[in-house]
Ligand binder design. Structure first.
Ligand SMILES: *Cc1c(COP(=O)(O)O)cnc(C)c1O
Length: 413
């Protein structure tokens, strides 16, 4: 064994997470994670915890959908579960307006492809049954665009991201749900970036039959836990009739471990796969935090602090092109144009975790997940101003400070 290399323990530094996600996990969540005892996935408190999570999750989503639970893994795990009902040859209209809806579109094309279509281009198939409506980066998907596409194509399924994190844009959920109902399409929504931040109830959108979110953005439960999903009876009926090509991400089978069997809540979950008591306890605490604070209050706080950050970076000469309340996506002032990556890398090297866009055009993204306080926003603003000044930007700090004090002096928040 003389060739074996054993590395020293992995140290990961504390950083200021000021990007689109992951957000800074609450200390209460981390504490639940490491204070959980060793318990198997069928132990009574673990099973009870999963049932309690399911019940709290229905409140967070604003739904009476029985099939509401968490899919182990990341946002794309929940999305994979939701998209599993799309079968080869199914007709789908996909609306994309940035990185993540673009990846969702790829996932949908992989699922809707026939065997021949998949073989023709296995990593990027182009099935004839899928129509992609590409809305440019920086724009929202509007009710008009949705209506026109669904009226023309009359697909079985329609897909949209609620909040497109790549470009920081909010898409028209009301328009999407209404158009799905008008044209008989089964609506599927990526709510990865909006759940836990926006105040909305999915039962108000009956045209949408399936929803998927993630653990690491508005839910603030990074210790790799659960991607929340919810399916209405229409979706489940479709799945019962036609099945899907997955055991692990089968929405009906996966729900069993959360105590949902034959469309009913039962007292005790049945084995689906090995869940972690640590993850269940952490997820449970994250949901408790959201409900204790209240969805409406969280939404107000995000909107308040995002406005401060937006105005502060505008006072530095940046142009904000986003309208999400957890994130600002901006163009640097003309003198720094083209130096976005350099700026982001400088910040990240100092433990200030901001992000570039992941697809064209290159922009800077600064997020405020779990940074809802005056000191936190002031630190983000100050560090960003310093990084811009280091690259030679001429920043009027008095103007920036005036923005901060205009909002924070005498503020109730
Ligand atoms: C972050 C994000 C995803 C991907 O989530 P992961 O946790 O990285 O798998 C998908 N869709 C949207 C809209 C996102 O913001």
């Amino acid at each position: 064994m003389k060739d074996t290399i054993i590395f020293p323990p992995l140290e990961i530094p504390e950083t200021l997470a000021a990007g689109p996600g992951p957000g800074n996990t609450d200390a209460r969540v981390l504490q639940r994670f490491c204070q959980s005892g060793l318990a198997d996935h069928m132990q009574a408190d673990v099973l009870r915890g999963m049932i309690e999570c399911k019940i709290m999750l229905r409140a967070v989503w604003g739904t009476r959908n029985i099939h509401t639970f968490g899919v182990a893994g990341t946002g794309f795990s929940g999305l994979d579960c939701m998209l599993s009902a799309i079968l080869p040859g199914d007709s789908v209209v996909v609306f994309t307006n940035g990185t993540f809806s673009g990846i969702d579109g790829l996932s949908i094309r992989m699922k809707a492809s026939t065997r021949e279509e998949l073989r023709a281009d296995p990593l990027n198939p182009q099935p004839a049954s899928v129509t992609t409506i590409e809305v440019p980066h920086g724009q929202s998907v509007s009710a008009e665009v949705i209506e026109a596409a669904l009226a023309r194509h009359k697909p079985k399924w329609a897909f949209m991201a609620h909040w497109e994190t790549g470009a920081g844009r909010i898409n028209d959920l009301r328009g999407f749900s209404d158009a799905c109902q008008r044209h008989g399409a089964l609506g599927l929504v990526d709510a990865v970036s909006s759940l836990g931040i926006a105040d909305f109830s999915i039962d108000d959108y009956p045209g949408v039959v399936g929803w998927a979110s993630c653990p690491q953005k508005g839910v603030l439960c990074l210790p790799l836990t659960y991607a929340p999903v919810s399916f209405n009876d229409r979706y489940i009926a479709e799945l019962r009739e036609n099945g899907c090509h997955s055991y692990v991400h089968h929405p009906i089978l996966e729900a069993r471990h959360w105590g949902i069997i034959d469309g009913q809540d039962v007292e005790k979950g049945a084995y689906h796969r090995t869940h972690s008591g640590y993850a269940v306890a952490a997820f449970h605490e994250a949901l408790r935090i959201i409900l204790q604070m209240g969805r409406a209050e969280r939404a107000r706080d995000y909107a308040f602090h995002e406005k401060v950050l937006r105005e502060a970076v505008e006072a530095m000469g940046c142009e904000v092109t986003s309208n999400m309340t957890s994130l600002v996506v901006l163009n640097l002032p003309g003198t720094l144009a083209g130096r976005e990556m350099e700026l982001v890398q400088n910040c990240r090297a100092k433990g200030f975790g901001i992000w570039p866009t992941l697809s064209e055009p290159v922009q800077v993204r600064i997020g405020i997940l779990n940074q809802l306080s005056e000191p936190a926003i002031t630190e983000i603003v100050t560090r960003f101003a310093e990084a811009m000044a280091e690259l030679g930007a001429n920043i009027d700090m008095a103007r920036v400070r005036a923005v901060l004090s205009a909002h924070y002096d005498h503020a109730d928040a």
